[in-house]
Write a protein that binds this ligand. Structure first.
Ligand SMILES: [Fe+2]
Length: 268
């Protein structure tokens, strides 16, 4: 891009990936020093994480207000087990044709901090398509929408806390945090407890993604092991002959191995 074009393109004046990456490395180095000096390990993302530029003015600065679930239930809707059909866990059959892309199964279990299964848990997912494009209007980057793929599904966990989705492997996509910023491929997960005050939101990633090191959302979790808990494993037992590949990902709701959860709903 020429200097003339750079003056017209706001993204060209934004921070470079090198700047973002060096800030990530500095934050992680100071975290490692703190842990080495006896500091506590972190399991959750830092809300005030400078490389994640677009969150700096909108992250919570006060502790969250805890609402009384009993009161909330007087006003908000509730759902029952019969409201979720098993076919809603298959994101590849929602239209007349087959979606484009690599068909995958994503399966795992929802567990509490003691490893006990959480049954009857509503698990919702949303994701970009095989070209890295979401269907919503705010996503306008030049990648094709797939008329046969919406990218939204849901399921209830079984008696052993198990869930299973059939979908299309999402692609990385650009976002506006800094110049030439790309998100690693991911699937958004939402979990409801037994009422609407217990919603938790997180993201699942795919093993070996070359964008991990560059992504300030993924790297806002300063602890390596906590980050790695967001990455699914390839599982050949979940792979079906001439049909789909399989990934396994367990979600831990509480305790020291807790899966990272967003404080607020994110749309990246
Ligand atoms: Fe996303």
């Amino acid at each position: 891009m020429s200097q003339d074009n750079a003056a017209l393109d706001p993204a060209a004046t934004a921070d470079s990936q090198a700047t973002i990456s060096s800030e990530i490395q500095a934050a992680h180095a100071s975290y490692a020093d703190a842990v080495a000096a006896g500091g506590a390990r972190e399991t959750q993302p830092r809300v005030d994480f400078a490389p994640y530029r677009s969150s700096l003015l909108r992250h919570p600065t006060k502790s969250l207000h805890h609402a009384d679930p009993e009161t909330i239930e007087l006003f908000s809707p509730a759902f029952g087990e019969r409201d979720v059909h098993p076919l809603e866990a298959d994101l590849t059959i929602q239209h007349h044709g087959e979606p484009i892309g690599e068909r995958i199964v994503v399966a795992g279990r929802v567990l509490d901090g003691d490893g006990r299964p959480v049954a009857g848990q509503l698990v919702e997912v949303w994701q970009a398509n095989a070209a890295g494009r979401y269907v919503h209007k705010r996503d306008q980057h030049p990648a094709p929408i797939d008329p046969n793929f919406t990218g939204v599904g849901r399921a209830l966990t079984g008696p052993n806390g198990e869930y299973r989705f059939t979908t299309i492997k999402p692609a990385p996509y650009p976002w506006k945090n800094h110049h030439n910023a790309w998100r690693p491929a991911h699937i958004h997960f939402s979990l409801f407890g037994t009422d609407f005050t217990q919603r938790m939101i997180t993201q699942m990633y795919f093993p070996g993604d070359p964008l991990f090191a560059l992504d300030p959302i993924y790297q806002s979790i300063t602890d390596l092991k906590a980050r790695e808990r967001l990455v699914a494993s390839y599982d050949h037992e979940l792979t079906s002959h001439e049909w789909s590949t399989g990934y396994r990902w367990d979600i831990v709701l509480t305790g020291s191995n807790r899966t990272w959860m967003e404080n607020e709903e994110e749309d990246h």
